[in-house]
Design a protein. Structure first.
Length: 127
């Protein structure tokens, strides 16, 4: 899924670097994360992390895929990639991955070509 400049669901509900991915923000709209209306799907608590992490990754079919990451001294195996999207930060490409491990949280990882580094952006929990 390629990011579009200016508009597009790939940029998230608020646009920019710290936007929620559209596939996680479905039905939330422009209001506080965690608030919901009757009939909406619940996504729980979202915690902004923005910390560097070590990530093990592979190339499959010409695409980068994280397989595990180390955060705060604990290793998390990536059991499932729920979605991906791309965004440009100036002239640098950033790749975002929403992944699940063995627990119910969803982790959002970012690979930045600016420093060729990985970060844990957010944790979506049941909160």
């Amino acid at each position: 899924m390629a990011a579009r400049s200016g508009r597009g669901t790939e940029r998230g509900i608020q646009g920019g670097r710290n936007a929620l991915p559209a596939f996680l923000a479905k039905g939330i709209g422009r209001r506080e994360v965690g608030a919901r209306r009757p009939g909406e799907e619940w996504f729980g608590m979202v915690t902004l992390i923005e910390e560097p992490v070590d990530v093990a990754a592979v190339f499959r079919g010409g695409k980068l895929r994280p397989t595990a990451f180390l955060w705060r001294g604990r290793r998390y195996e990536v059991r499932r990639v729920l979605g991906t999207y791309r965004a440009m930060k100036g002239r640098y490409l950033e790749l975002y991955y929403s992944v699940m491990s063995d627990n119910p949280e969803v982790y959002e990882l970012r690979f930045s070509t600016e420093g060729m580094s990985w970060s844990l952006v957010r944790v979506h929990g049941e909160g």
